[in-house]
Design a protein around this ligand. Structure first.
Ligand code: ARG
Length: 122
């Protein structure tokens, strides 16, 4: 809980850093570093708690077990809600909903309506 994290001085966030743009490895100043939107969010959270952030990287499938056995304080790893996970852990409210689109020119809008309209086969 929060008091024990503050006493310890750092928040331990579990993640699997193989999921760009949310968490992934990159090289900064010659140093391998884990970055991404989830990492930025974890940093903000730690700073609002007044503690440092420790990222604990592991296989995605190991995350829930690590949370249940107190190896991490929370998971921030692009994880979605599923009924099986819901049985084991408590979810926050969703913080990201992906709704990306492909964009084309207005002048082409009448010509293309579905993927099939881009096919040679038709
Ligand atoms: N959103 C999907 C899930 O919850 C995939 C997440 C993968 N995340 C990762 N850090 N590899 O199952």
């Amino acid at each position: 809980d929060l008091p024990s994290i503050q006493k310890r001085g750092y928040l331990i966030v579990g993640l699997s850093a193989d999921y760009a743009p949310l968490e992934f490895h990159t090289t900064i100043d010659g140093q391998d570093t884990i970055v991404g939107a989830d990492v930025a969010m974890a940093k903000n959270l730690a700073s609002s708690m007044g503690v440092k952030l420790q990222l604990k990287e592991m296989q995605f499938d190991a995350l829930i077990g690590a949370l249940k056995t107190h190896k991490v304080d929370m998971i921030i790893s692009g994880m979605s809600e599923t009924p099986d996970r819901e049985k084991q852990v408590t979810f926050s409210k969703p913080y990201l909903e992906e709704r990306q689109v492909v964009l084309i020119r207005k002048s082409d809008a009448k010509k293309y309506h579905t993927i099939a309209d881009f096919s040679n086969a038709k």
